[in-house]
Write a protein that binds this ligand. Structure first.
Ligand code: TRP
Length: 433
């Protein structure tokens, strides 16, 4: 028996320039994980998502190229991984709409990104939804479509995205409940020990601190940036602590344990900061240089990146299109010829239900009747003084059946088919439960 592979899917928002922190914390581990056996890996550029925050077309295009080239240069193998651009898969926004139609608006009201925007507006005394696009509001629905389109089992994400994956589960469950089992319920996978790198100032490397080292900075610029890392005033010859030291931590992220141990010994022996930085620079450059060359080559040849993405889109659509087709049928978007074929079945009595109807007659009194699925009258009341009294009689008949309501019999016309009447009341009772 063959074990079906586990599907792992991740989206990358094409924005900003990747830095060493992104490489060590996300790109390198993801590329490594994608090479594992038993894993079927899907990785895509979430360019529809990028439109929510970027309204500059040239930047959207540029970022898409940069991020695609980065991942390819870092060793992502498009033969192994289904690597595609979200906007090349029209089935994804189509699915987003189908999900939107079973998703509660209240669910989206609770999404972190939206709530944060509303909170900020409220705190600043603005309209709650000021500056909030429908795209931002719908963000989790589109993300759910990304995930469910490929029936991914696992979605590796950062902590801030857990809620979105849970919403994808909720939407999948709602859809399955209404239309049948179409979707796998995905699970968020959080890497508990995501490596974070210190930046130039010793704080976590992050764009928001403006302390980053661009992943593919040219060699000389990389050197200059590393030389600018903030150090203390310990002089050459003075022993230096490795703990909490940014240079050492950066070195560790690239070096083997043996190399790191050697540098630790040199720290104890009083290596000069400038020399430690030189060692760090050479070590990082050794790993990055071949990838930088590959990156520069791809950036000079966007047509190669485009071709790779097109091939990825073809692979992805081979899966997405048949599922989308099934989903369309499932919700009722299907050829009318097919509808004609099912129409007689829809009219069959067992799909209908008995119904109570209450109404007022010209005599001013209140009546009800119970009809079966075909519209035949099973029970007809006499006139009641108030709609409330009629309603109470209906409720009792439903709850207790014909035989259970002997005291009401004088207020009702004698039924012609008691067995059918009891069966209809029983089915209404079951439906109410
Ligand atoms: N929202 C994710 C982020 O900001 C990107 C993303 C879009 C994504 N669609 C996805 C991640 C589907 C995982 C699965 O990082």
């Amino acid at each position: 028996m063959s074990v079906s592979p586990i599907r792992v899917l991740t989206g990358i928002k094409p924005s900003g320039t990747p830095h060493l922190g992104n490489y060590v914390g996300a790109i390198r581990p993801t590329v490594r994980a994608s090479r594992q056996a038993g894993i079927e890996s899907f990785l895509f550029l979430a360019d529809y998502h990028a439109l929510i925050s970027t309204h500059d077309p040239a930047r959207v295009q540029r970022s898409t190229l940069e991020i695609a080239a980065t991942w390819l240069a870092c060793g992502l193998d498009p033969e192994r991984v289904t690597f595609y651009r979200q906007s090349d898969i029209p089935e994804i926004p189509e699915l987003a709409w189908l999900l939107a139609c079973v998703g509660g608006k209240g669910l989206l009201n609770r999404a972190h990104a939206y709530k944060a925007a509303v909170d900020q507006n409220t705190a600043a005394g603005r309209e709650p939804d000021e500056g909030v696009s429908v795209g931002l509001f719908m963000y989790p629905v589109l993300m759910a479509a990304d995930i469910l389109m490929f029936n991914a089992h696992r979605v590796p994400v950062g902590r801030d995205q857990i809620q979105h994956v849970e919403m994808a589960r909720d939407l999948a469950a709602s859809f399955n409940h209404r239309y049948g089992e179409h979707f796998t319920l995905p699970e968020a996978v959080i890497d508990e020990q995501v490596a974070t790198l210190p930046g130039l100032d010793g704080r976590k490397m992050s764009k928001s601190y403006d302390n980053v080292i661009a992943l593919f900075a040219p060699r000389e610029q990389l050197r200059r940036l590393i030389m600018s890392i903030v150090t203390d005033s310990r002089a050459p010859g003075e022993p230096k602590p490795v703990e909490g030291n940014a240079i050492f931590q950066l070195y560790q992220a690239f070096a083997s344990p043996q190399e790191a141990a050697a540098l630790a010994r040199d720290y104890a022996a009083g290596i000069a900061w400038s020399e430690a930085k030189e060692r760090l620079f050479e070590r990082i450059d050794r790993e990055i240089a071949p990838m930088r060359a590959a990156y520069d080559e791809l950036m000079a040849h966007p047509e190669r990146v485009e071709a790779i993405l097109q091939a990825g889109a073809a692979k992805a659509r081979a899966l997405a299109a048949p599922l989308a087709q099934r989903l369309r049928r499932a919700v009722g978007l299907r050829p009318l010829t097919e509808l004609a074929a099912v129409a007689p079945a829809a009219a069959a009595p067992k799909t209908g239900r008995p119904v109570f109807k209450q109404y007022r007659e010209a005599d001013g009194r209140f009546y009800f009747k119970l009809t079966d699925a075909r519209g035949h009258v099973l029970l007809q009341s006499l006139g009641f003084d108030s709609p409330r009294a009629a309603g109470q009689a209906v409720a009792r008949l439903k709850a207790e059946g014909w035989a259970g309501c002997a005291d009401l019999h004088p207020l009702l016309q004698p039924p012609t088919d008691v067995a059918a009447l009891e069966a209809a009341l029983a089915s209404l009772r079951a439906a109410d439960d």
